[in-house]
Design a protein around this ligand. Sequence first.
Ligand code: DAH
Length: 337
Amino acid sequence: MDELHELKKAFQEELGTVAGLEDLQKLKAKFSGRKGKVSAHLKKISALPPEKRSQFGSTLNEIKKFIEKEVIQLEASLKAEVQQKRLQTEFLDISLPGRRQLFGREHPINQVLTEAKDIFISMGFDVEDGPEVETDYYNFEALNIPKDHPARDMQDTFYVSEDIVLRTHTSPVQIRVMEKRTPPLRIIAPGKVYRCDADISHTAMFHQIEGLMVDTAIAFSDLKGVLELFIHRLFGKDTPVRFRPSYFPFTEPSAEVDIGCIFCGGSGCRVCKTTGWLEILGAGMVNPKVFEMVGYKIDQYTGFAFGLGIERIAMLKYSIDDIRLFYENDCRFLSQF
Ligand code: DAH
């Protein structure tokens, strides 16, 4: 009976040192396992004198039950402790709003570019392309821009080498197209152009759409009709349009095209500098000198050309007063379009 007393004491002491579930498993094996201390004592019963067996057996049984109960209790509380720790460390606040999926969208410049292209495509214009790194010949010479023309100024043109430039306009595509195709021609050439310039209305890179139509009897009235239709589709059919005499080396006669100020309706404001008009593009009848450069017979063909700046149109369309906003990639700005 002393041994049984010791057994219980030993169990209670060791139980007090259990720090976790692993310890408890070991303790359980040591006392109530098949080769544990309780079994060992059980085996001793048959060696006892018969009158002592019953008391020994029932006491051992009580101890056995006691051990099992203690183990189960401690196991439950240790498991609860582990669970509690997990709940704390793996805490998930399901009341928080989910992460919103952000959708990208077309850049406002590309939106206007696409819109403008679609209008010309609907009028039967083909879309042509040309290199952004261009030769002096295509960018200037073939367009009748003389060596001393201000557009060639070192401050305006990015020179790659003496004869290679970043194109300063999309007009060189006119030359490239006329060199490889014969009239009738009806093309637009959208793309990036480069000028060494930077302020609230100029960036070193911007976009233009060039237009060119050549056939046997193209007149200035065709130019007016095409551009008026384009402007009315883009800005609304009540937008006033005016052609103002101007000068470009590659067109003769040349014009600059204005629309009635969309901010003040023509009464005069800060944006239109009180004139009531906003300039949006340059145009004219193709200069015969340009036709000669590409080998077109000047007594056979006439044509018109035009060039418009996409950023300028986008700024007018969306009332944006600083061109640099387009290229800062600020999502707060871009997501408004
Ligand atoms: N290339 C001119 C520029 O960048 C724009 C231009 C004006 C293009 C008249 C034309 C045109 O085709 O006929 O300022």
